[in-house]
Design a protein. Structure first.
Length: 372
């Protein structure tokens, strides 16, 4: 009986020791898995930083090591980043709502009413006191060789402002002019100037102004393209280079980068160019329309609006040069026409400063072949 009891005790002790060893091995496996996942996450994040720094070859090495440690590391990093962004957005939203509730001011809510009251007060002040449109800075008795601008009639000043705005619709200069004094502020709000600007942009496809919606409000708030600058799109893609002759395992990663620039004009024309040169050099080529229209690398076209979309038609100009050896029955690119549909959107910094591609096609007029 004693021998059987000791055998049962030994068996029980063996089972307990075996269970403890299994639990310890499971804990070691879990800790090792956590360590491997942390290491893979660290390598993957380092690879992201290297890719942002355009060190693509080093980034690919770290990505490969991270995937070897944890095959699903990309999805886990994405989910963790998404959760962090949601928490930050919720926190900032709560802060903004609380600060808005604590610092609420009725004066800010009535900005439009204050602006209308400001215009009315300026008009009454200038009309009742018979003040000039702007006051001279010269002291009485100062010797002057010419007339001050305040001596000009209001009609002449409005005509000068129309020339300032010109065909390029330089409304920024008009707004700066209105910041000088009260009289210039009223002149810069002249409805006729803003009405001409609206008809210049949308032709006859514009609804007339009302008491609650002025021509200036229509020009500022209605969807349109911007004329003071150009739209720039940066395109880059990666491609693997050829294997080295001596080292077959070496595969260089090359980055191809170029820019597409579009500049719109108020008369319904535009310039578009695609270039791999320095961005500033490409922008400078679009500054002077007289020089840009003579360049074959810059495409010329027309556009018109359709709701919040802009439809573009660009035709390639025929080449003036002659070729010594010319193949027969080959389509020339002079008959190539491009059709583009872009959606006008807002950027974080400015309204109507973003264009999104919606549709694109090219059309050969000679062979009647449309390539999507």
């Amino acid at each position: 009986m004693e021998e059987s009891g000791s055998a049962e005790d030994d068996l029980k002790n063996f089972r307990n020791q075996w269970q403890r060893e299994i639990e310890e091995s499971q804990q070691r496996d879990e800790s090792s898995n956590e360590t491997r996942e942390k290491m893979a996450r660290k390598l993957f994040l380092e690879g992201i930083e290297l890719e942002r720094a355009r060190k693509y070859f080093e980034a690919v090495k770290l990505y490969r090591r991270a995937v070897q440690l944890e095959p699903n590391i990309e999805y886990k990093v994405y989910q963790a980043t998404l959760a962090e962004n949601e928490q930050k957005a919720a926190y900032s939203k709560n802060i903004a709502s609380s600060s808005k509730g604590s610092t609420e001011n009725t004066q800010i809510e009535n900005d439009d009413d204050d602006l209308e009251d400001l215009i009315d007060s300026f008009q009454k002040e200038l009309s009742l006191e018979n003040k000039p449109i702007c006051e001279s800075s010269y002291l009485p008795g100062t010797l002057r060789t010419g007339k001050h601008i305040s001596a000009l009639p209001v009609e002449v000043l409005l005509l000068i402002l129309k020339y300032v705005v010109s065909n390029d619709l330089d409304m920024k200069s008009l707004e700066r002019f209105g910041r000088v004094c009260k009289g210039f502020f009223l002149l810069s709000r002249d409805p006729e100037i803003w009405k001409l600007a609206c008809y210049k942009v949308w032709k006859n496809n514009v609804s007339p102004a009302t008491e609650s919606l002025t021509w200036r409000d229509i020009y500022i708030n209605r969807c349109r393209v911007l004329f003071d600058g150009c739209y720039i799109c940066k395109i880059n893609y990666q491609r693997l280079g050829e294997n080295s002759f001596q080292d077959q395992f070496y595969r260089p990663v090359q980055i191809v980068e170029y820019f597409r620039l579009i500049r719109f004009f108020a008369d319904g024309t535009l310039f578009m160019m695609t270039s791999a040169d320095e961005l500033q050099n490409s922008v400078n080529r679009l500054k002077n329309p007289k020089i840009a229209i003579q360049s074959r690398e810059i495409l010329k076209g027309n556009y018109h609006y359709q709701d919040n979309h802009v439809l573009i038609v660009i035709k390639k100009t025929p080449s003036n040069g002659t070729q010594k050896y010319k193949r027969k029955n080959v389509e020339n690119d002079s008959c190539l026409t491009f059709f583009m549909e872009l959606e006008i959107g807002d950027s974080p910094r400015r309204n109507f400063a973003k264009l999104s591609w919606k549709n694109y096609s090219s059309f050969f007029t000679e062979c009647n072949e449309c390539l999507q």
